[in-house]
Design a binder for this molecule. Structure first.
Ligand code: NAP
Length: 310
């Protein structure tokens, strides 16, 4: 991959202050790309910028400050990027989080939905003009295979439990991942499912545009999020479990490949589990539900938006 030359290209990576995102941003910079990292914390953003600059020996790293849980920040990030850059070639929507209890953003949206789905959705839509100008361009959404099986502990030999999603769930953003029956891991998986579905929808809309959109599960990777996932009784085993997982550098490879590998230039509207093209849950292939997922997600950027079929 380091043989790929991204000189003159511009990439944006979210969640680059930690885990896999830092590796993805560093490696894209190493390939020659200007890299814009999005960080909610100024100090962490600056440390990331310095670390990448030092590792790679480049000053082509920029930090855009913003909390991905905030619609206002997303609008500001896109506006600032648009003012500074006339093209975007690679957008890696990598940031993600798992919360142990139900939290709601200042915009009234359940937190997993906001950070794990709507942030990437909004950045992609808001930067579409810049992606069009940068074509051939690639959007990579880092999702999770948890959407195909919402059991956190899979030691029992029962069948996988894919995350559920119905048309009724998609009437109103405020009703997705509701208080009643709330389970954090399922809420996280549902957000990732929505990202995958909207990615399929967008890939269809952008056919022949030169912009590809793919989703990837990176594998199980020893990063901060694993600590958040692990049920409390398993906490004492954290170190042991982490040793059995991929390193962030290993986990980052799948997203990097989708972002830059020449052999994947034509691949779009696909879901990969690491490097293997895979199937997401059956519900994600329902065209009507996909359109609804797109419409309800769009209402985040335009709260007056009327969802067809309501
Ligand atoms: N690790 C795994 O096994 C695994 C498996 C499947 C999928 N994934 C997905 O892989 C992606 C990368 O995760 P990781 O494992 O590398 O996790 P990580 O080490 O916890 O990194 C998450 C990144 O997202 C950023 N972030 C979280 N909330 C944010 C917010 N509100 N605003 C701005 N930035 C925010 C964090 O920034 P701060 O530094 O500010 O916290 C951090 O840079 C995620 O989408 C995750 O869902 C991970």
């Amino acid at each position: 991959m380091s043989a790929v030359d991204l000189t003159g290209k511009v990439s944006m990576v979210t969640g680059a202050t930690g885990g896999m995102g830092q590796v993805i941003a560093t490696e894209l910079a190493r390939m020659g790309s200007t890299v814009v990292v999005v960080a909610r914390d100024t100090a962490r953003g600056e440390r990331t910028r310095q670390r990448i600059a030092q590792d790679v020996g480049t000053d082509r790293v920029e930090v855009l400050k913003g909390d991905l849980a905030s619609r206002a920040d997303l609008l500001r990030i896109a506006e600032t990027f648009t003012a500074r850059h006339d093209r975007l070639h690679i957008l890696v929507n990598n940031a993600g989080a798992h919360y142990r209890r139900r939290l709601v953003t200042a915009d009234g949206i359940e937190m997993h939905l906001a950070v794990d789905h709507l942030a990437g959705f909004a950045l992609t839509v808001l930067l579409l003009d810049r992606l069009r100008a940068g074509a051939p361009a690639r959007v990579v959404n880092v999702v999770s295979e948890s959407m195909s099986d919402t059991r956190q502990i899979k030691i029992l030999p029962w069948r996988p439990r894919p995350v559920t999603l119905s048309a009724e769930d998609l009437h109103d953003l405020h009703h997705i991942n509701p208080e009643q029956g709330f389970t954090p891991f399922t809420a996280y998986a549902r957000a990732k499912l929505l990202t995958t579905m909207c990615g399929y929808e967008l890939a269809g809309q952008l056919a022949h545009s030169g912009i590809t959109v793919n989703a990837v599960h990176p594998g199980l990777v020893a990063t901060g999020i694993v600590d958040d996932f692990l049920p409390r009784p398993f906490k004492p085993l954290l170190r042991l479990i982490q040793r059995a997982l991929l390193t962030p550098a290993e986990g980052a490879q799948a997203a990097l490949r989708l972002a830059a590998a020449p052999e994947l230039a034509g691949s779009t509207g696909q879901y990969f589990v690491r490097d293997t093209q895979s199937r997401s849950p059956e519900v994600s292939y329902d065209p009507a539900l996909r359109k609804r997922a797109w419409a309800v997600s769009s209402s985040y950027l335009d709260p007056t938006h009327h969802i067809v079929g309501q």
